[in-house]
Design a protein around this ligand. Structure first.
Ligand code: ZN
Length: 312
C-alpha cells in the first residue's frame, strides 16, 4: 500500500497521462492532483509519512529522480501548470460558528446496547443511536480518521476567525446518538454543520461524495435546505480541486449522492452537509486517509469549502 502511495504521488508530479492508466470517469481516478495547498506548498508534492519524501515542492516539468520511475532519454513529460491557490475569504472573527460532527466514536464497538438503541431520525422515523463505522483493510478505523480530520479542520477554521464546536470531546467515548449530534448543530447562531465520515464500500470504487438530502429536512425551511445544498456544493468543489480525492466512481453522480435516510440531514434545522471523504476499503483512498499529510490535505480542502460558503 505504501509503495502504491509513493508511486501514485510520484506520478502526480508529471502529466497524469504519463503514469495514469485509468480511462474511466474523469480519467484521473486514484491519483493526486498537482495542486498547492493554501499555506504549505510542500505538502502537495511530498510523500506523507516517510523521510524519503521527494524535496520537490510543486509539480513541475521535471520528473523527480526515482528508482521506481527512472527517467528515460525521451520522457513523455510536458510542463504542468499549477493553478494558484485561491485566496480564502476572510471571516470577521466571531461572526461565524461551525459545528463539526466527526462520525462514530472509539467506544461504540464495545457498547452495542447503547449504540443500537433506537432514536428519532426525523419524519417520525427511528434508527440506531450510532454505528461503529468502517476501517481500512489495514485496520485504521473510520472514527479515528474522522476525529483527526475534525481537529485539523477546527485548527484551520479557528485560524480564520471561525468559532468551532465539536459534537464529541474525544475519540474514546460512546456516541453521542445521531439525534443528539443533530441537536448540537441546531443551536442558534450556527452557520454550518459538517458531518465527517469515510465510506466502507467495495474496494474497486474510490473517491469522495457529498450526501445531500433528497427531501427538505424535517422541520427546516426551504431557505435552510437551499443553504445546505450550497454548503455541500462549496465543499464538493474544493474537494474536487485540491483534496487528492476524486468525485466518487461508485456511488451517486459526480461526487453527489441524494438520499433521505441520514438522521443528521433529516433533523438539521441549520445548513448541514454530510461528507464521505473517500472509500477506506480502496487502496488508493486508504493510503491518503492513513497518512497525516493526506489527512491535512483533505482537511484543508474541506476548510476551504466551508470558508467559501461562509464568505459567499
Ligand atoms: Zn461513517
Amino acid at each position: 500500500m505504501r509503495r502504491d502511495f509513493l508511486l501514485t504521488a510520484s506520478c502526480a508530479l508529471v502529466l497524469l497521462a504519463a503514469c495514469g492508466t485509468s480511462t474511466t470517469g474523469r480519467g484521473e481516478a486514484g491519483t493526486f492532483r498537482p495542486t498547492t495547498p493554501a499555506t504549505s506548498p510542500a505538502t502537495a508534492a511530498t510523500t506523507p509519512g516517510t523521510s524519503a519524501a521527494p524535496s520537490t515542492t510543486r509539480a513541475s516539468s521535471t520528473h523527480p529522480a526515482s528508482s521506481s520511475h527512472p527517467r528515460t532519454s525521451t520522457p513523455p513529460v510536458t510542463t504542468v501548470t499549477v493553478p494558484p491557490t485561491p485566496a480564502l475569504p476572510t471571516i470577521a472573527p466571531g461572526t461565524a460558528t461551525v459545528v463539526l460532527n466527526p462520525g462514530h466514536n472509539g467506544g461504540n464497538g464495545s457498547h452495542p446496547d447503547e449504540i443500537n438503541r433506537q432514536v428519532p431520525a426525523g419524519y417520525g422515523e427511528r434508527k440506531a443511536c450510532d454505528t461503529t463505522g468502517t476501517t481500512t483493510n489495514a485496520g485504521y478505523p473510520e472514527h479515528a480518521f474522522n476525529w483527526d480530520l475534525a481537529l485539523r479542520i477546527r485548527t484551520l477554521l479557528q485560524s480564520h476567525g471561525v468559532r468551532v464546536i465539536l459534537t464529541r470531546p474525544n475519540d474514546t467515548g460512546v456516541g453521542p446518538c445521531v439525534d443528539e449530534r443533530a441537536a448540537i448543530g441546531n443551536a442558534s447562531g450556527v452557520s454550518a454543520v459538517v458531518s465527517l465520515h469515510a465510506d466502507g464500500a467495495p474496494s474497486s470504487g474510490h473517491g469522495f461524495h457529498v450526501n445531500q438530502d433528497s427531501r427538505r429536512p424535517d422541520g427546516a425551511t426551504a431557505t435552510v435546505a437551499r443553504q445546505s445544498n450550497a454548503l455541500g456544493a462549496a465543499i464538493h468543489d474544493s474537494l474536487a480541486s485540491s483534496s487528492g480525492l476524486v468525485p466518487s466512481t461508485y456511488i451517486g453522480h459526480d461526487g453527489y449522492y441524494y438520499r433521505d435516510d441520514l438522521a443528521g440531514l433529516n433533523l438539521a434545522r441549520r445548513p448541514a452537509t454530510f461528507l464521505e471523504l473517500g472509500n477506506m476499503r480502496n487502496a488508493g483512498d486508504a493510503a491518503l486517509q492513513s497518512s497525516a499529510t493526506g489527512r491535512e490535505r483533505i482537511a484543508r480542502a474541506v476548510t476551504a469549502g466551508i470558508l467559501a460558503y461562509l464568505g459567499r
